[in-house]
Design a protein around this ligand. Structure first.
Ligand SMILES: *Cc1c(COP(=O)(O)O)cnc(C)c1O
Ligand code: SF4
Length: 396
């Protein structure tokens, strides 16, 4: 992209000039009535900010642009049948033995090291904390998390997440990574970061030369549409690869953004062209205020079916549903069937989970049919069928 300010490629300048007002946003796009109203009315529910870099990727005239839909609020956010207060579908808080360390699988943990991101994705799984200025990981809390990992020799894989761990400064990040590397049983360190997509200039030689001594460090980034694959993003990925960080990608299946075989193929093929390996395609979670982004599981299965055998094998991610029992591959092996508005799956260790996932009219004719089954009232679910009790974290 052409630099439109002398410091455009300086990530600090980008962060200092994040777009936070209607007036600033209007320098990039012609806002629709819906967007303008939503910018005001959605503010109490979830903060918004956009980097100038990412804003420049938006179609200035088209509110349905897939880049724009990810970061500009819409009134539909206020109109979610599951309510606006549903914010922890994976029961991450209940799975945190110490603050911000999610220990859900025996051998690996996710460590939320910051609540800051370059920008705020409207469908974010961690809305409950992301962008919250009150969230602040104290030094003592970092120490507690490191002590927990050190005291649990079964933990061989530590995923730094957030928020976005690259929101930390170079020195803080290096300190954290070096402390983890000093724990003998920690084999892998992973960074889950959206900076290559939302602010690729953050991926500096300086940062990478500080982290590379602590390999193996794997990076997973988060591209959702082909429009995000710019020359600047490709350069950031190239830097990561040159410094020895394998780069994978996690995409969220999002209505109107990547929920057709054509859009998904363009994304996946674009990723392998810049040497990013697609890893997971996530079913969108039941986060309050995101109904307009959620799709049926049948639609995801249909998209995967359309791509299988029709593109490079390693361009295909695994389509998964995250649940309080871990990630469940969305294939016929793990899907028991559909029970009305719910899709019933089995986790890797044999536990049953019911995911609220109504099948909209327009998806009824897709050539993917799940077996119809009867729901058992004892099966846990995050959104309960009418008339039954909500599952409490202790019951799952
Ligand atoms: C996704 C996730 C991981 C990592 O899972 P992989 O399948 O190994 O990528 C670890 N912990 C938590 C809590 C997760 O959600
Ligand atoms: S970058 Fe990730 S953590 Fe941050 S707002 Fe987007 S989805 Fe949420």
């Amino acid at each position: 992209m052409k630099a439109i300010h002398p410091r455009w490629r300086d990530w600090r300048w980008q962060m200092q000039h994040r777009i936070r007002t209607v007036e600033e946003l209007e320098r990039f796009v012609r806002l629709s009535e819906d967007e303008r109203a939503a910018l005001d009315r959605c503010r109490p529910y979830f903060r918004w900010a956009i980097t100038p870099y990412y804003a420049a990727l938006m179609d200035p005239e088209d509110p349905s642009c897939p880049v724009r839909r990810q970061v500009v609020p819409r009134l539909a956010e206020l109109d979610d049948p599951i309510g606006l207060d549903q914010e922890d579908p994976l029961q991450e808080v209940a799975h945190s033995p110490v603050k911000n360390l999610i220990h859900n699988y025996r051998d690996r943990v996710a460590f939320c090291v910051t609540a800051e991101c370059a920008l705020y994705c409207r469908y974010c799984l961690r809305k409950r904390m992301v962008g919250d200025p009150a969230f602040f990981l104290r030094r003592s809390e970092v120490e507690e998390a490191i002590a927990y990992i050190a005291a649990h020799p079964e933990i061989r894989d530590v995923l730094l997440t957030g928020g976005d761990p690259l929101s930390l400064g170079d020195e803080a990040l290096q300190m954290l990574v070096s402390r983890l590397r000093a724990i003998p049983h920690v084999e892998l360190i992973r960074l889950g970061t959206r900076y290559p997509v939302t602010l690729p200039y953050r991926i500096t030689e300086e940062l990478l030369s500080r982290l590379a001594p602590y390999h193996p460090i794997w990076v997973n980034t988060h591209f959702n549409c082909a429009r995000e694959i710019t020359p600047d993003a490709a350069e950031a990925v190239d830097r990561l690869l040159r410094y020895g960080f394998p780069v994978g990608n996690q995409t969220v299946l999002l209505r109107g953004i990547n929920d057709t075989p054509e859009a998904m193929r363009a994304l996946l093929e674009g990723l392998v062209r810049i040497r990013v390996r697609p890893y997971y395609l996530y079913q969108a979670q039941l986060i309050g205020g995101t109904a307009h982004f959620r799709t049926s599981i049948e639609r995801g299965l249909w998209i995967m079916r359309q791509l299988q055998g029709r593109t490079t094998g390693f361009a295909l991610p695994r389509y998964v549903l995250d649940t309080p029992f871990g990630k469940v591959p969305l294939t016929r092996d793990y899907i028991l069937g559909r029970a009305g508005d719910y899709v019933v799956v089995e986790s890797y260790d044999g536990r049953i989970w019911m995911e609220y996932n109504p099948l909209p009219e327009e998806d009824r004719d897709l050539p993917v049919k799940l077996p119809e089954i009867e729901a058992d009232p004892s099966w846990p679910a995050y959104v309960r069928p009418a008339g039954t009790q909500p599952a409490s974290p202790s019951s799952v």
